[in-house]
Design a protein around this ligand. Structure first.
Ligand code: RTP
Ligand code: MG
Length: 140
């Protein structure tokens, strides 16, 4: 197994409910190291650019506006198999389908307001990390 890096976003529904620490603890407890982190407010344009892959989906407008509705905490997580491990800790997109103990099972409010984002593959992880962080901000 290789050491990987992946991009995580703690979404506005979670930052609003003061869940940043509880969610970060789930990542750390799973063996993922937070090698970069910042709290930012996205504009709708920035949020739309980040989720551009979904631009033709019916939920795109709702997703863009939700991601710009409050602060987000973006983090780079590092560890063995970090991309898959992070998605395992996050749980299924819809909290109704998420396994016990996962972030979305415990904290998500709906399929849209589901508390966390995680990169889905090596190539997207690379692009998404570069979207938010410069090399100087990554401290392993
Ligand atoms: P993410 O990209 O945020 O990590 O989530 P994911 O891979 O589990 O799911 P994806 O299919 O990439 O969807 C991106 C985000 O769009 C919102 N969504 N809303 N209303 C809906 O039916 C619906 N479906 C997806 C969610 O916030 C989802 O995480
Ligand atoms: Mg996705």
């Amino acid at each position: 197994m290789a050491v990987e890096r992946t991009l995580s976003i703690i979404k506005p529904d979670a930052t609003k409910r003061n869940l940043t620490g509880a969610i970060a603890k789930k990542f750390e407890d799973a063996g993922l190291r937070i090698v970069a982190a910042k709290r930012i407010q996205l504009t709708p344009e920035q949020a739309g650019k980040f989720y551009e892959v979904h631009k033709d989906r019916p939920f795109f407008g709702e997703l863009r506006d939700f991601m710009a509705s409050g602060p987000v905490v973006v983090q780079v997580l590092e560890g063995e198999n970090a991309i898959a491990k992070n998605r395992e800790v996050m749980g299924a997109t819809n909290p109704k389908d998420a396994a016990e103990g996962t972030i979305r099972k415990e904290f998500a409010q709906s399929v849209g307001e589901n508390s966390v984002h995680g990169s889905d593959a090596a190539e997207t992880a690379k692009e998404e990390i570069a979207f938010f962080f410069s090399g100087l901000e990554l401290v392993g």
